[in-house]
Design a binder for this molecule. Sequence first.
Ligand SMILES: C[S@@+](CC[C@H](N)C(=O)[O-])C[C@H]1O[C@@H](n2cnc3c(N)ncnc32)[C@H](O)[C@@H]1O
Length: 296
Amino acid sequence: MKKSLIGLLFASLFIFLSRAAVQEKEYDVPYVSTPDEVVAEMLRIADVGKDDVLYDLGCGDGRIVITAAKKMDCRGVGVDIDPQRIKDSRENAVRAKVTDRVQFLQQDLFEANISEATVVTLYLLTSVNLKLRPKLLRELKPGTRVVSHDFSMGEWRPDKTSEVSDYYENHTVYYWVVPANVTGTWKWTMPSSAGKKRYVLKLDQQFQQVNGTVFAGVSEMPIEDAVIRGDRLQFTMEQKLNGLIVRMLFEGRVSGNSIKGSVKLGAEPRADKGRWRAKRDPFTITLLDSSNKDLN
Ligand SMILES: C[S@@+](CC[C@H](N)C(=O)[O-])C[C@H]1O[C@@H](n2cnc3c(N)ncnc32)[C@H](O)[C@@H]1O
């Protein structure tokens, strides 16, 4: 073979490899599409409906957003850093006749405004999910559902998982509900036989796991069975009232620095219920995910 041809081949190989290297560097995750069976399961587990706004971060050819818009009639936004993927998604949306309900943005997913989402779908990598986790917990409304194909969120344990098999392999679908941040010091008063009694509750939270202690006068009581699901908080505590140990069940809806709800005295279903309204000192809030402080 002529020397010049060999040189050309080497040069082409060099250009090809250096382009591939740039591509790898530019994108956090390569393009691989989610099989249709798995898309269907992701939409099912998140119970996507007409009123949802679904964001697919790293949307590829737009299949998750387009399927949701077509089957559930909801709105959707796909974000992808690769202009070719956005072009394909827009063409696919035209073919599926859903352009009135979907939008595709060429953007870095870490910079996308995701605050209006009620469902977020992901097919990234665990390392990318972990980097994204603080943004999800900080920017999404409590109650937003997050679904990931095959990759977990590390210590943020899923609320549900399911398995799907296609012709080639098994896939895991992970599902989380974004919890409200209830960390910090909450205060309220409640009537007692000796007038109004003041309560102080100090809460710690690790994702959807909540622990805390209630202080009332000289008493200090750990809370039990604490559950946060979206913006709904529930816990029990035992308190001595008129010489008797009474179990109190607190339930409430968290909105910013206030919780409004009910408190039930005793375990019976028809036990007395009173109103419960707590306020938080905003300076006592801590981050739900401090694993990557730069992104918080
Ligand atoms: C594994 S594919 C998933 C495609 C689609 N979500 C699906 O499930 O079929 C990941 C996609 O993320 C995109 N991507 C990678 N890094 C990104 C980034 N930083 N911002 C936005 N998109 C990104 C890639 O271009 C690719 O299309």
